[in-house]
Design a protein around this ligand. Structure first.
Ligand code: T6T
Length: 315
């Protein structure tokens, strides 16, 4: 586990909290457990969480697993439970496997909020704040269909089976791509959040399907590996790629023409909203059980637009 001390280099602040709320949670501690360390999506979310928590006078402790894996995230949650913070915001790495440790947190009086990913059974969580990932997957299908001229073979790189975001993006994509009759969907393959594995999937797929037209890479690491695989095969630009997320690496890939479209999420807003909701839960105020956030499709053509610039991850 990694404990990230101090405040990440974050660019903008959150709105001020009502004074009566501030008094009641002032000095209380908030734990944040992202899905994995070193991921610009979660680092940007951490910036939002830290800004909103600072407004409330709360302290934030961040502990991240080295891989997106419930067997590494579970001991971190167990450690958090032992420390007894007032609240825990977490992106569970598996919809089922992360339920027991989070139930422990809930039963120990810790207010639990889910961010980004969710659980199959969300009863233990006061709130869940996440992208509408099915809609994001559908947006990726439409973007990819347009890029390949509505014909040819397309592949999905699912970053992690059992992670709600990966599953929902894949399902949203599959449902929407079926409405494009000229496209042949050759299926999804799982890269376990490992760029090298995505690269080798691309290599093997190109060997079997040299006419591959497009790829939907369901997160940052899937897109990075997809670009490597295409580069190794000399197919950059020829095979069109739609990635998810808009961190610095993804933006560079877009500018260099390795990826043709990005589905950007709103990690900073997910972070600030989750803090506002968990504070409401802690102070007996009305809480929204599920807060969906949107996506925006980023391309080279619309990149300079202010609302698109706004969507690029800041960390
Ligand atoms: O795509 C995001 C996040 O939404 C997903 O659950 C895990 O991967 C990312 O963090 C990007 O690497």
């Amino acid at each position: 586990a990694v404990t990230v001390a101090g405040t990440a280099a974050c660019s903008s602040g959150a709105t001020a909290a009502a004074p009566e709320v501030r008094d009641s949670v002032q000095g209380q501690s908030l734990a944040f457990v992202p899905g994995v360390a070193g991921d610009s999506f979660y680092i940007t979310m951490q910036c939002g969480i830290q800004a909103a928590a600072a407004e409330q006078g709360m302290t934030v402790d961040v502990q991240a697993p080295q891989q997106f894996d419930p067997s590494l995230q579970t001991p971190i949650v167990n450690g958090v439970v032992a420390q007894k913070p007032a609240a825990l915001l977490i992106a569970p790495t598996d919809t089922v496997a992360m339920y027991p440790p989070l139930l422990q947190a809930n039963q120990n009086g810790i207010a639990v909020g889910l961010v980004d990913t969710t659980l199959e059974n969300t009863e233990l969580a006061a709130t869940s704040v996440s992208t509408d990932n099915r809609a994001g997957g559908a947006a990726a299908a439409d973007a990819l269909a347009e890029l390949v001229g509505d014909q040819g073979k397309v592949l999905v790189i699912a970053f992690k089976a059992g992670a709600s975001t990966s599953d929902a993006r894949q399902q949203g994509f599959e449902q929407q791509i079926a409405t494009h009759p000229g496209i042949t969907y050759i299926g999804a393959q799982v890269n376990d959040n490992d760029p090298a594995k995505a690269a080798s999937i691309i290599g093997a797929t190109l060997a079997a399907h040299p006419d591959l037209a497009g790829v939907f890479a369901t997160n940052q690491f899937a897109a990075e590996g997809t670009a490597t695989g295409l580069r190794n095969a000399g197919k950059i630009g020829q095979v069109k790629v739609v990635g998810f997320d808009a961190g610095p690496v993804q933006v560079k890939q877009l500018q260099q023409g390795e990826v043709q479209a990005l589905i950007a999420q709103q990690p900073y807003e997910i972070g600030t909203t989750a803090v506002q909701q968990i504070v409401a839960a802690m102070t007996g105020k009305p809480v929204t059980k599920e807060v969906p956030t949107g996506t925006i499709t980023v391309t080279q053509e619309n990149f300079a637009q202010p609302e698109v610039q706004q969507a690029v991850y800041k960390a």
